[in-house]
Design a protein. Structure first.
Length: 246
C-alpha cells in the first residue's frame, strides 16, 4: 500500500478497559480521505469508548491508532486536535457560561495566535452553515435549545480545522426534524471534502448518509460493509431499537 492509498485513520485491534471491564475488544476500522463512515450499535455497545480511545481521552490497553500516516496511540488529546483529529463529544459539552462566539473562538484555540485571520474566517463560515448561531452570537451558550447547542458543538469542532471530524451520538436528546437538518449539514460538509466518522445509536439515520459502516456489539466489530447493504440487512436493523420508523 502506497502512502497515497493509506487510510486517513487506521485503527488496529483496539482494546479499551475500565478497571476489570473490557469495553472494547479487538476493534479495527478505517476512514479514508473524503469518506463519511458510520459506527452504529446499541447503547453500551462500546461505540463512544472507541472514539475516546482514538482521540486520546482514554488510553488503550492494546492496539494501534494511525492517523494521517503517524502512529498516535499514546498521543494526548490536544495533540490530536492540533494534527486535525477532532471530536464533537456526546452530550455537546459546550461552555455554557460563555457566549456562542466565545465557544467558537475556543474551538480555534490551537491555531488562534498563529492563524487568527483563518480562524475568524472559520467563524464566519460557521455562521453561514448555521444562521441560528449568528442570530445568537452574543447569547450565553447554556441558554440555547438542544438543537442549537448541537449546532454550536459541530461548529466549534469545525473551527479546529479538522482533517477528520468525529461526532459522538449526534441525535442524543434531539427531535427527529432537528436530527435530519444536522445530517444534511454533515452531508454538505462531506461533499465539500471533509472526512467524517459518525457514531450513532439511531442506525437508520447514520446508514442513510454514510458510505460505509461498522456495527459494534458487546465491544467488538460484529459487521462491516457498505452502508446501503447494512441498511437492508434484516439482522442488523432488527437489532436496533433506535431504528427510524417509516
Amino acid at each position: 500500500m502506497t502512502s497515497s492509498d493509506a487510510p486517513l485513520l487506521d485503527v488496529r485491534a483496539l482494546q479499551i478497559r475500565y478497571g476489570a471491564v473490557n469495553a472494547v475488544r479487538d476493534a479495527s476500522l478505517t476512514v479514508r480521505k473524503g469518506e463519511l463512515v458510520a459506527v452504529i450499535g446499541n447503547n453500551g455497545a462500546g461505540k463512544s469508548s472507541i472514539l475516546r480511545g482514538i482521540c486520546g481521552l482514554v488510553k488503550p490497553v492494546a492496539g494501534k491508532v494511525i492517523f494521517s500516516g503517524l502512529e498516535s496511540t499514546s498521543m494526548p488529546a490536544h495533540q490530536h486536535v492540533a494534527r486535525g483529529l477532532v471530536m464533537v463529544p456526546e452530550g455537546r459539552l459546550i461552555f455554557a457560561d460563555q457566549s456562542v462566539e466565545d465557544n467558537l473562538i475556543l474551538g480555534a484555540y490551537t491555531r488562534w495566535r498563529k492563524a487568527r485571520p483563518e480562524s475568524l474566517a472559520a467563524i464566519e463560515r460557521a455562521y453561514t452553515l448555521f444562521p441560528r448561531l449568528k442570530e445568537r452570537r452574543h447569547q450565553q451558550a447554556g441558554s440555547l435549545s438542544g438543537g442549537e447547542q448541537q449546532m454550536l458543538a459541530i461548529a466549534r469542532g469545525l473551527n479546529s480545522n479538522p482533517k477528520l471530524l468525529m461526532i459522538d451520538e449526534l441525535s442524543l436528546g434531539l427531535a427527529p426534524k432537528i436530527v435530519e437538518q444536522l445530517l444534511e449539514v454533515l452531508q454538505t460538509l462531506n461533499r465539500q471534502g471533509l472526512s467524517i466518522l459518525l457514531v450513532e445509536q439511531l442506525a437508520a439515520y447514520a446508514l442513510g448518509i454514510a458510505q460505509r459502516a461498522y456495527v459494534v456489539a458487546n465491544g467488538v466489530i460484529a459487521k462491516e460493509g457498505k452502508a446501503t447493504e447494512l441498511a437492508n440487512d434484516p439482522e442488523v436493523m432488527a437489532a436496533f431499537l433506535g431504528k427510524k420508523h417509516e
